[in-house]
Design a protein around this ligand. Structure first.
Ligand code: SF4
Length: 461
């Protein structure tokens, strides 16, 4: 007898990676257009919770207007002898995987960024209550993580309640993240690997170190250690750090070996502290993207929740297409918010001295970790909207990136209208940048422009 006899749709690993397009969806929960959403797991004592209890606060699936988008939260309490606070983040990350086992139920991202869709087909088959989803989650959690002895779940769609509980969830995430700060990559003998996102990006494997938090922002080095301890053969596993090949770029022999083994040989080297060369791959659920802005030779940052166009004219979604997929893409780098708080943050590329633009909300969140002499020189959407405006502001503020512009001295005499300048070999990464023309979008994969000569033409103001 199937474990899911009483569930009206199929449940299994084959549904992982299933996409539900807008015209196929019955309803959407969370997502980029909905402000309040969260997913959290909390460790409790055995007598604090009632096993397999499912509560729904607000309208249930069958009461939600078809085609709509709704605030949504899920709060899961777990208890058991082997359950400890360190495991909360790891258990929470499995919600993504287990929801995706349900036919016609798509789950993307994590924590406060979750985005779910229920398909019309599955709704018509009878998947019309959160209680059914809860039952599946309870069964999968207990069979896959047997140290969970009791589990209870609360689904929330009441907008006010989602907002209120999200606040509490944010405090839990912050406390978890703060724990790993202070520990250095050099201080530990092992890192952790995670392949949970391979159903979406088969050549992606996260290398989680104390100073490079996982891309999704949901798994710290401590979380990795706890997960590997309770389930050593699971998707999160120990990586022997091995020999340090380059401390500046963050390259270790053990990380390279693990990456190679876990990406079918596709990725053979990883340098943890850079967005160029051999950068860490990006799956699809990164919290933010660091993107190269060739016009100012600086980097911008955009997070998933930013709904406007960034300073280069592209929105998060377009750049996410160029970043995702488990590839090493020069200049498009998926990362977590917590990694921005790391002293190793893009250290090869110049760290914060190279960051020229970011949304005001992210800047506010990581402000305390940006060096004081550069924090006010990093522009946001409130100061500049275009590259020209950005360039002018960087010059005015004497942002450290301006120094880089002097690397190629170019002089054009006032009477000269055009000059050809032999430059040092210039390599501009344009890999993955979409070119939109004539109703088509052309994406150049793994492409770079090499220029031996730069032509400078005087333009009338
Ligand atoms: S982003 Fe990385 S750490 Fe997070 S779930 Fe995916 S593979 Fe695991």
């Amino acid at each position: 007898m199937s474990m899911f006899e009483d569930i009206p749709v199929d449940v299994g690993v084959i549904y992982e990676g299933e996409r539900i397009r807008r015209n196929q969806m019955h309803v959407e929960l969370g997502g980029p257009k909905v402000e309040s959403k969260f997913e959290v797991v909390k460790n409790r004592s055995m007598d604090e919770i009632e096993d397999e209890k499912i509560t729904v606060i607000g309208p249930d699936l069958k009461d939600l207007e078809p085609g709509g988008r709704y605030p949504y939260g899920v709060w899961i309490d777990v208890a058991g002898k082997g359950v400890e606070e360190e495991l909360e983040g790891v258990i929470e990350r499995r919600v993504h995987e287990f929801c995706n086992y349900i036919e016609g139920f798509m789950h993307l991202n994590q924590r406060y960024d979750i985005w779910l869709r229920l398909s019309k087909k599955s709704f018509e088959k009878g998947l019309n209550s959160f209680k059914l989803i809860g039952k599946v989650l309870h069964k999968l959690f207990k069979s896959d993580l047997p140290f969970i002895e009791k589990i209870q779940t609360t689904f929330v769609t009441d907008p006010e309640k989602v907002k209120e509980m999200r606040k509490e969830a944010m405090e839990i995430y912050d406390a978890r993240d703060a724990k790993a700060r202070g520990l250095k990559d050099e201080d530990v003998e092992e890192f952790y690997g995670c392949t949970l996102c391979q159903s979406f990006a088969p050549t992606h494997c996260c290398v989680i170190t104390p100073q490079r938090y996982a891309n999704c922002g949901a798994i710290s080095w401590f979380d990795g250690r706890a997960a590997a301890r309770v389930d050593p053969k699971g998707p999160i596993f120990k990586v022997e750090r091995g020999e340090c090949l380059d401390a500046r770029t963050g390259e270790w022999s053990g990380a390279n070996k693990t990456i190679k083994e876990n990406t079918m040989g596709e990725i053979t080297r990883v340098q943890l502290y850079t967005a160029f060369g051999f950068p860490h791959t990006s799956c699809g659920c990164f919290e933010a993207i660091a993107f190269y802005i060739p016009e100012v030779d600086g980097m911008g940052i955009v997070h998933r929740g930013f709904g406007e166009r960034t300073v280069n004219g592209l929105p998060f979604s377009t750049m996410a297409d160029s970043t995702a997929g488990g590839r090493q893409v020069d200049g498009f780098h998926g990362l977590s918010i917590e990694y921005m708080r790391s002293p190793k943050f893009l250290q090869v590329d110049g760290g914060w001295n190279r960051i020229v633009w970011m949304p005001a909300t992210v800047k506010e969140r990581v402000k305390g970790f940006i060096p004081k002499d550069v924090v006010d020189k990093i522009a946001t959407e409130n100061e500049v909207k275009t590259i020209d405006e950005l360039k002018a502001l960087l010059e005015e503020m004497e942002h450290p990136v301006v120094e880089r512009w002097k690397a190629i001295p170019v002089e054009v005499a006032p009477e000269v209208e055009e000059a050809e300048v032999a430059a040092p070999p210039l390599e501009v990464p344009i890999s993955g940048v979409p070119i939109v023309a004539g109703g088509f979008k052309v994406i150049l994969k793994d492409a770079k422009i090499y220029a031996k000569k730069v032509i400078i033409r005087r333009v009338e103001k």
